[in-house]
Design a binder for this molecule. Structure first.
Ligand SMILES: Nc1ncnc2c1ncn2[C@@H]1O[C@H](COP(=O)(O)OS(=O)(=O)O)[C@@H](OP(=O)(O)O)[C@H]1O
Ligand SMILES: Nc1ncnc2c1ncn2[C@@H]1O[C@H](COP(=O)(O)OP(=O)(O)O)[C@@H](O)[C@H]1O
Length: 508
C-alpha cells in the first residue's frame, strides 16, 4: 500500500482539476480520514480485479468492496503516467475548492469519455464549514476518546423511534459497552430528510440513549446491499466499534461482531417494548412501518407517543411537514404541442387564485431564453437544459414552493436526475406525462415546427426525427386528445388534492 505521498505545492499548482460526483467525494473523504482503513489509496485496476476475485487488494490486504473514481479521459491525457511530477490530479468539491490530490498511477477506460483512476491520495485545502461540524470527527479522534472495553455501534440512517431506542439500550446494557452512533450524511437522504434534518432528529433522542459518542460520517447507501453491509462494518470498525447493531444484511467481513436485534413490539400492559414473542398477541402492538410513518407525516398527523418520543416526533414533523406545506416539483413532459404549457398555466392560475401555494412556472420558452440561452436541441444540450430546470426547481421546492416545469424533456435520465434533486431537497416530485399522440400534436402545430420538420427544413424535431423516451415512472398520464383544457387542468388539480399536495382543487 502506498500512503504518505508528498508533492511540492508548485507541482500541484500546475495540475489539472476535476469535481467528482457527490458519491465519489463522500468515498474520498472516508478514504482521507482513515475510515476506510486499511484502504488508504484509490484502488488500481489490478486491485479492483483482485477485490472482486479474492476480497483483497493486489498486495493481499483484505478489502471487500470496490471504491472507484471516474474522471474525464481528456484530463488523463494531460498527465504523464511515467513522470511522478506530471501525473497529479486535483479534486475539488462541488463549490470548486480543492479537497484532494491524486497521484494517478493507473487509469483505464470505463464508459464514454470517462476513465477510472487509481493511486495515492492526499488531502488538500481547509476542511469546509460543515453543518454540525463538531460531530464530523475522524475515526482517530473518536477512538482516542473511547473508554476501554466493548463499543456498540449503530448506523442511524433514520430517526430513532422507541423500538430502535429500546434495542440500542438493551445491547449496550447487556454488553456493558460504550455507544457510538454514526449518522450517515452522504447520498440520498433516508425517510425524505435532508442530512441535517436527520442529524437533528437523531439528536432529539439523545436523552433516551445511554451516554453516547455521536458522529456524522459521509457514508452513503450503495446499490449493492452486500457491499453496503461490508462497508458499514469496515467503517464502524475504524471508529472503534467492536459490536455493530445490524440494520440490514448481517455481514461483518472480518470486522466487528454483528448483533442482530430481536424484533420488539409494544406491550400495552405496561407500555414497555420487549421481544414480540414475550407478549400475548392481544397486548402486542407492532412498530410502525416506514410507510405508515411517512403516511402519518404526509397527512399532518402527529406520530403517536407510544411509538416515538415527542421530541423526535416534533423534529420529524418540522423536517417533513404535511404535503400541503411541503415543497413540490410538478414536472410536465411530452411532445411539442401536447398541452404542457397550457395545462401548467391553468394549474398555476388556479393555485394563485386560492393562494394556498407559492408557485413558480419554469416555462419552456422563458427557460430557453434565460437560464438555457445559447443551448440548442442536440441530446447533450437538451440534457443540460433539463439538468438546469431540475436544479432550479429543486431549489424552489427546497424552500417549500411549488415549481411547475413544462419542457419536452425527451430523455429519461435527466428526468430521473430532476426527481432525485427534488427528493434530496426534502420535496416531492410529480411527473405528469402529457401523452397526447404525435398525430394530434402535429395537427395542432401551433408554431409550424412539425410542418417544417416534415418539409425537411428543420431536423431533430422531437417525435419526427428525434427520440422521445416515454416515461415509465409518471405519477399521472394525461392525453388531451379528447379533453377540454379545463378538464385537463382539473385532472392535475384533482390529483394534487387527492394526494394531499393542495387542499382545494378549483379550476380558475
Ligand atoms: N428540434 C426541436 N425539437 C423540439 N422542439 C423544438 C425544436 N426546435 C425548437 N423547438 C421548440 O423548443 C421547445 C422545446 O424546448 P424544450 O426546452 O422544452 O426542449 S427540451 O426539453 O430541452 O428537449 C418546443 O416548445 P413547446 O412546443 O412548448 O414544447 C419547440 O417549440
Ligand atoms: N385538453 C387540452 N389541454 C391542453 N391543451 C389543449 C387541450 N386541447 C387543446 N389544446 C391546445 O393544444 C395546444 C397545446 O400547446 P402548448 O400548451 O403550447 O403545448 P406544449 O407546451 O406541450 O408545446 C394549445 O393550442 C391548446 O389550446
Amino acid at each position: 500500500m502506498s500512503a504518505g505521498w508528498v508533492l511540492p505545492e508548485g507541482v500541484l499548482a500546475q495540475a489539472p482539476s476535476y469535481t467528482p460526483r457527490p458519491a465519489e467525494l463522500a468515498d474520498l473523504e472516508l478514504l482521507l480520514t482513515g475510515a476506510f482503513a486499511p484502504l488508504t489509496s484509490l484502488p488500481t485496476s489490478t486491485d479492483l480485479r483482485s477485490i472482486s476475485a479474492h476480497g483483497t487488494l493486489a498486495d493481499g490486504t483484505p478489502w471487500p468492496v470496490p471504491v472507484t473514481l471516474e474522471v474525464p479521459t481528456e484530463l488523463i491525457s494531460q498527465l504523464e503516467s511515467d513522470n511522478p511530477l506530471r501525473r497529479a490530479l486535483i479534486l475539488t468539491d462541488t463549490e470548486g475548492a480543492p479537497v484532494a490530490a491524486v497521484d494517478v498511477m493507473d487509469s483505464w477506460p470505463t464508459r464514454d469519455g470517462m476513465s477510472g483512476v487509481g493511486g495515492p491520495v492526499r488531502a488538500m485545502g481547509e476542511s469546509p464549514r460543515w453543518a454540525f461540524k463538531a460531530l464530523r470527527r475522524t475515526p482517530q479522534q473518536v477512538r482516542d476518546e473511547l473508554p476501554p472495553g466493548r463499543v456498540v455501534g449503530v448506523v442511524a440512517d433514520q430517526p430513532l423511534h422507541r423500538p430502535q431506542l429500546a434495542q440500542i439500550v438493551h445491547a449496550t446494557r447487556t454488553l456493558q459497552a460504550h455507544l457510538v452512533v454514526m449518522i450517515p450524511t452522504a447520498g440520498p437522504p433516508a425517510a425524505g430528510l435532508s442530512s441535517e434534518a436527520l442529524v437533528r432528529c437523531v439528536l432529539a433522542a439523545d436523552d433516551r440513549l445511554p451516554t453516547a459518542t455521536v458522529v456524522t460520517v459521509p457514508l452513503r447507501r450503495r446499490a449493492n446491499e452486500i457491499h453496503d453491509a461490508l462497508i458499514r462494518a469496515r467503517v464502524a470498525q475504524s471508529y472503534g466499534v467492536t459490536h455493530l447493531l445490524a440494520g440490514g444484511p448481517t455481514l461483518s467481513g472480518g470486522g466487528p461482531r454483528v448483533l442482530v436485534p430481536r424484533e420488539l413490539a409494544y406491550d400495552s400492559r405496561d407500555g414497555q417494548w420487549r421481544g414480540r414473542d414475550d407478549i400475548p398477541p392481544r397486548n402486542q402492538r407492532a412498530a410502525l412501518t416506514a410507510t405508515e410513518i411517512d403516511d402519518l407525516l404526509d397527512r399532518g398527523f402527529p406520530l403517536p407517543e407510544w411509538h416515538t418520543p415527542p421530541a423526535v416526533a416534533k423534529e420529524l414533523a418540522r423536517a417533513r411537514p404535511p404535503r400541503r406545506h411541503r415543497g413540490v416539483v410538478l414536472f410536465f413532459t411530452g411532445l411539442s404541442g401536447s398541452g404542457k404549457s397550457t395545462i401548467a398555466r391553468g394549474v398555476a392560475a388556479s393555485l394563485r387564485e386560492t393562494g394556498e401555494r407559492s408557485v413558480t412556472v419554469l416555462d419552456g420558452d422563458i427557460v430557453r431564453r434565460n437560464l438555457s440561452a445559447g443551448l440548442g436541441f442536440s441530446k447533450a444540450d437538451r440534457d443540460r437544459n433539463i439538468q438546469r430546470v431540475g436544479w432550479v426547481a429543486a431549489e424552489i421546492a427546497k424552500h417549500r414552493g411549488m415549481a411547475i416545469c413544462c419542457p419536452i424533456a425527451p430523455y429519461a435520465a435527466p428526468r430521473t436526475e430532476a426527481r432525485a434533486a427534488a427528493l434530496a431537497a426534502g420535496a416531492g416530485f410529480l411527473l405528469v406525462w402529457v401523452a397526447t399522440p404525435l398525430a394530434v400534436c402535429e395537427q395542432r402545430d401551433r408554431k409550424g415546427l412539425y410542418a417544417k420538420a416534415r418539409a425537411g427544413e428543420l431536423t431533430g424535431m422531437t417525435g419526427v426525427d428525434d427520440p422521445y423516451e416515454e416515461p415509465a415512472d409518471a405519477e399521472l398520464v394525461v392525453d388531451t386528445t379528447k379533453l377540454s383544457i379545463d378538464e385537463a387542468v382539473g385532472t392535475v388539480l384533482g390529483y394534487l388534492e387527492e394526494h394531499g399536495w393542495i387542499e382545494t382543487a378549483r379550476v380558475a
